[in-house]
Write a protein that binds this ligand. Sequence first.
Ligand code: AMP
Length: 297
Amino acid sequence: MDVFHTPEAARNFVSALRSQGRTVGFVPTMGALHDGHLSLVDAAMNCDAAVASIFVNPTQFGPDEDLDKYPRTLTSDLEKLKTAGVSAVFVPTKEQMYPDGFSTSVNPPLVSESLEGTCRPGHFRGVVTVVLKLLNAVPASHAYFGKKDYQQWRVIEAMVRDLDLGTRIIGCETVREDDGLAMSSRNRYLTDEERVRALLLSSALQAVEDAYQAGETRTSILQASMRHTLLGENDSGRVASDAGLQSRPCLDTLQYATVVSAHDLTPLSSIDRPAVALIAGMIGSTRLIDNRELGPT
Ligand code: AMP
């Protein structure tokens, strides 16, 4: 497995394969690899060659976010990628990606503006700019993104389409722990007690799926059901502890729990087209997100 540190070296490698008519599948990551990342690598192995990147992109972190403490496990990441059969890994430094004088950025598409775009100002500008740079270094035929970061997947699809990049963007299903928690590099921040409460996200989404399967299509009802699970609210919308009832485990902060159109993430009053339920919130100092597609996609 080759490891390239400069965009030029990565591009030479990938361009040579592409000029021989080979397909190249690309998996961009920030490292701290788990089975979710490796499922993307497995999907990329359907191409003639698979290439991954590892880069903790500073420009997609807000000033109060976890850039400094973000886990960095390069040696074991490279071992995992080698075992998985990856042909090459692009591991640039911050200075290579953002040399002195760097000042260009990509304006993210409309689908970036709600949800994560509201909670994390500037995040998607950082994401689309780095993904464009990564795709310039790794001009792959296919690139694989996790639906775990559902809005990011939709934002990158739109950017690639709008800018005619020609890489096919493939969304891959979320890989979960046995108990339902979506795998994330950030799960390692959770204490034992927080890890138990983290299951509220997948339980709330399961409850929405169950209600939808039972015929409920009104998003106001489905959203209320998620808030009920996530915040320990009773049926009148009051938080149990405020109502003098015994409080149930809940998120420390709920940022959103919503059901929107799956393609453009616009609000829906009822599920009359492919939809997705999305949740973001804080458990202790850890920010978690999860989602579930509803209906045909
Ligand atoms: P990250 O390293 O967090 O930037 O993630 C790199 C890629 O892995 C992104 O496309 C993520 O959506 C994807 N990913 C992260 N967690 C999971 C998961 N549990 N299942 C599937 N894909 C994931």
